[in-house]
Design a binder for this molecule. Sequence first.
Ligand SMILES: Cc1cc2nc3c(=O)[nH]c(=O)nc-3n(C[C@H](O)[C@H](O)[C@H](O)COP(=O)(O)OP(=O)(O)OC[C@H]3O[C@@H](n4cnc5c(N)ncnc54)[C@H](O)[C@@H]3O)c2cc1C
Length: 468
Amino acid sequence: MTSISGKTDLDWGAFAQALAPVEVIDEPVLVKKRSRDFFWYSPILNAELRRSFGDLVALPKTRDEMAHCLKLAYQADAPVVLRGGGTGNYGQAVPLQGGLIIETTGMNKILEIGDGFVRAEAGALMIDVNAALNEQGWEMAMFPSTQDIATIGGFIAGGSAGIGSIANGVLREPGNILQLKALSVEEEPQEYVFEGQDVLQIHHAWGLNGVITEVTLRTVPHPDWIGCMATFDSYRDCYAAGYALATADNVGRKLASTVDARIVEYFPRLKGHLREGKHLLVALVPAGDMDAFRALIEAQGGHLDLAMNDAEREAAKLPHVFEFAYNHTTLQVLKADRSATYQQIGVPDASDADLVAKVGQALGDDVWQHHEFSLLEGEVVAFDLPIIWYSTEERLREIGRIYEAHGHGVYDAHSYHVESGGLKTADFLHLAWKKRLDPKGLLNPGKSRAWDMVKDLSPEEIEAKAAG
Ligand SMILES: Cc1cc2nc3c(=O)[nH]c(=O)nc-3n(C[C@H](O)[C@H](O)[C@H](O)COP(=O)(O)OP(=O)(O)OC[C@H]3O[C@@H](n4cnc5c(N)ncnc54)[C@H](O)[C@@H]3O)c2cc1C
């Protein structure tokens, strides 16, 4: 078999045979499909990554099969990219140097549900985890809007927050990730167990520094959630209502998103359910708090257009309200027009609706605001995931500078380097663990700029850079 990417000169036919009994996919069209994620949200990443493909896909079903894949990769010096559902937005799961893609979705057992926690294999889909939890009165403390196809291991390795973060904080906060088990890429792959805040050594490392096999996460009680949509005349008031909900002491919530009216035009499935031409607040509120929520919306000058529990929503043939939040908002627009893209922007003071309105005016007609509220270290924070009508990279960078001039932070969504987006700087603790668990640097090569600078140092020397 020839290499699709042409970047590795291994005999992939022999490699596939040696992987037995692990199932493989070697059909080039299917290997190419599994070499992609949602990087095409970014025209910049699309140009850079659309021709990067792996050579072979392995589908282990057990930890031992996974260890067998890693041992062979180590022996053959084969690059390895882990893949869950392939829903990442920055090309995290795209093989830059060809090689072996290991898809985890066959390792999908939910192993244990207890008071306040769930333990599952890394390839379990979050929709299945939530369904199993719901039956016992629990739910995940947070999950991404991609729960239908994204895996729990992919969320830990690639994600950061989601539906529920407004109540329970972002993933990295103490107590949200309880334990991670990971395998090393060595002659004899070893299992490492991370607990307490040590889980941060491997969380959001994009599969660079170990192969997560098992995840234990915090869970929370599961009330009857009502999916709500309220509309407002101005984006400022809509945003202010989102903040009021995020900070209310008499209304529970697991989602508060605000969406510019021009974006709402791209939600055809909501036509007839919402007032036309208005700005939209999307929320999930417990049934028992609906009277207080109605009063809050009224006090903020809005109108509650839609409020349905899951059974009512299914009868009305509507999607979950969270499919109009987080990066699903962007997806709804992209479904209609691929010239849209987005950016990730931190709001300096979530309580300041006037600043949000002011930056909105300064940005121009090619930027339509969309905010998410979350908890970070007990404080309400907001971030903007605006729709940007892409013209040039220069204009995209200018938009970033306008945000920065108004005190906002830009977490670039248009780079495939782990140091660019969420992390912003090199994480030397991640890289020290990479040296321990992946001494040959085979995992997801090319995704860390800093790795090349430290790969010849010992783990302790790399760790010292974190301290310095
Ligand atoms: C429409 C849309 C909405 C989204 N909403 C959110 C959101 O609300 N919150 C959020 O945080 N993200 C969100 N994302 C990003 C993405 O969905 C999440 O990060 C998701 O949880 C990734 O899971 P996955 O199984 O698809 O991982 P993948 O995309 O397959 O992998 C993500 C990264 O993790 C690595 N990886 C996968 N499995 C393992 C493993 N077992 N061990 C080690 N490394 C591994 C991969 O190599 C890759 O680097 C969204 C994306 C889209 C397209």
